[in-house]
Design a protein around this ligand. Structure first.
Ligand code: GAP
Length: 496
């Protein structure tokens, strides 16, 4: 019987172990590693790319195929620069930053204070930590940079690199990356400046009427999108939790003004259900209501996940009012209105023209990836009185697993590889299969456990006699004898 130790390992050690595992088994590599990497930018390796694609497909299918009234688009990363003036990002997408004069390191103020309070908590000073956080949130909500600086000074918060409290004043820092369009004009020319989108949502807003008209969509309806977003995060650490280039899966749900409270509640519950359907215990998720609302929101919350670094934001649900569409109407001078010919029971007349309100669901694909790896990562002690043994296994939900079926001939001879290849040919069109004939079977199982493969089958001499194989189940490690015909059914059922 295996003893699970996945929740016993110290959180910091556990996070490090997960990061190392991701690299060692081809899930995630630091970007351009041969040049010592690029901070907060990562590449997905052969199995990471498969897992990421499966998460994307799961979200996309749920959003667009399983709902009557949500369609997907794929807008460009570059958008007209006025988009970002209208959206408020040019003026308002800032974070308060502070520099340490000795180490020359720059920090996001909230992160610096949060790290300090985490430290207080490990010393058992919970109440003190909570008081500091609450003061920080109040100052942050009021945009009071002096109060934030005072909080750092009063608590003598130190730079983790220099160990000193020799700080500059706090300044606002815009998080958007920019570049120039065209090749002939001077790069100094502000008119050529384009931004790498910091969120995918604006690609949906500017296409609102295109989709509504061509798709003959009736309110309430949604537009979904998956795509890259870029933010010049200052404190970009914690692996793929906070990246400079990342992917978002966002959906804007357009509704009649006045109905935002009920739709906001609806989407909060619907999105939590989506997470829970993957089988991770509900104790690993919680809602966190925003104290400081973004410039566009009248209500907002996060679904937080219990990462090894603590409960942190995984997905945001935002009631964005008519802010974005109104601003695009104002800046583009194009009408962003919808004509609602449903009859208002209060007036007996159609609702008529209005700018729709919007509920947004926004999840980072990379963060979702990280949450799935953290939930799946399990260290098991398999020791018996005779022998010490252990394994690391990624217990992914079968539908997300990068490889669904591993196929092993017991030996590299006696016609066993040929049968194994026939099985590969039979199933590789339906789901991702992996062929392996090197090393002892036990070693091959361990390698597949480390990749999270839910099923391994072994072809042996009995297969030649009666057409059966051994199937081994990843989580229980149980093995059973089944006929070759049954393989497809077992795997398909698990991933459907
Ligand atoms: N359109 C709304 C929006 O972008 P957000 O809370 O800034 O809202 C939404 O981002 C989600 O995108 C977050 O919940 C998180 O999962 C992901 N995200 C944001 N910044 C990220 C970063 N630097 N690295 C990885 N994921 C990030």
């Amino acid at each position: 019987m295996a003893t699970e130790t996945n929740k016993q390992t110290l959180p910091a050690g556990r996070f490090q172990a997960i990061i190392s595992h991701c690299k060692e088994y081809g899930f995630i590599f630091p970007s351009s590693e041969i040049y010592d990497g690029l901070q907060a930018v990562y590449d997905y390796g052969q199995w990471g790319a498969e897992l990421k694609k499966n998460i994307k497909d799961y979200w996309w299918k749920w959003m667009t195929q399983l709902q009557d009234n949500i369609v997907g688009i794929d807008a460009a990363i570059f958008m007209h620069p006025t988009t970002w003036k209208a959206s408020g990002h040019v003026d308002g997408f800032n974070d308060p930053m502070i520099d340490n004069k000795d180490s020359k390191k720059r920090y996001r103020v909230d992160h610096l204070i949060e790290s300090y309070t985490e430290q207080l908590k490990t010393e058992g000073k919970e109440a003190e930590a909570d008081a500091i956080i609450s003061e920080m949130e109040k100052a942050d909500a009021a945009g009071d940079l002096t109060a934030l600086k005072k909080l750092i000074d009063d608590n003598k918060i130190k730079c983790p690199v220099s160990g000193t409290s020799n700080w500059t004043d706090i300044r606002q820092f815009n998080l958007m990356f920019s570049t120039e369009f065209g090749s002939t004009v001077s790069s100094e020319d502000e008119n050529n400046k384009v931004y790498l989108r910091p969120e995918t949502a604006q690609g949906i807003f500017v296409n609102f009427l295109n989709v509504q008209k061509t798709g003959r969509m009736k309110i309430p309806f949604g537009i979904a999108q998956i795509g890259k977003a870029f933010r010049n995060e200052i404190v970009a650490r914690q692996f793929i939790f906070r990246m400079r280039e990342f992917e978002q899966m966002e959906m804007q749900f357009f509704i009649r003004p006045g109905t935002q409270k009920e739709w906001y509640e609806y989407w909060k519950q619907a999105r939590l259900k989506w997470h829970l359907e993957l089988g991770v215990p509900d104790t690993e998720y919680r809602f966190h209501d925003h104290v400081k609302l973004a410039h566009y929101a009248d209500a907002a919350c996060d679904i937080e996940f219990n990462f090894p670094i603590g409960f942190k934001e995984l997905e945001g649900i935002h009631s964005r009012t008519d802010y974005d569409l109104s601003r695009h109407q104002e800046f583009s001078r194009k009408k962003m209105q919808y004509f609602d010919n449903d009859v208002n029971p209060e007036t007996g007349k159609p609702y008529g023209n209005y700018i729709p309100y919007v509920i947004e669901t926004s999840i980072g694909l990379d963060r979702m990836f990280l949450s799935m790896v953290c939930a799946a990562y399990t260290e098991e002690d398999l020791s018996t009185p005779e022998k010490q043994d252990s394994r690391v296994v990624l217990k992914f939900p079968a539908k997300l697993a990068p490889i669904k079926l591993a196929v092993f001939p017991l030996l590299k001879k006696d016609g066993l590889p040929e049968i194994a290849q026939e099985i590969m040919a039979q199933y590789r069109g339906e789901f991702k299969c992996f062929y392996e004939e090197k090393d002892a079977i036990g070693k091959r199982y361990r390698r597949m456990d480390a990749l999270g493969v839910p099923f391994c089958i072994t072809i042996d001499h009995q297969t030649k006699e009666d057409g059966t194989v051994t199937i081994r189940h990843r989580d229980s490690m149980e093995q059973e004898r089944i006929s070759i015909e049954k393989i497809g059914h077992i795997v398909s059922q698990a991933i459907s």
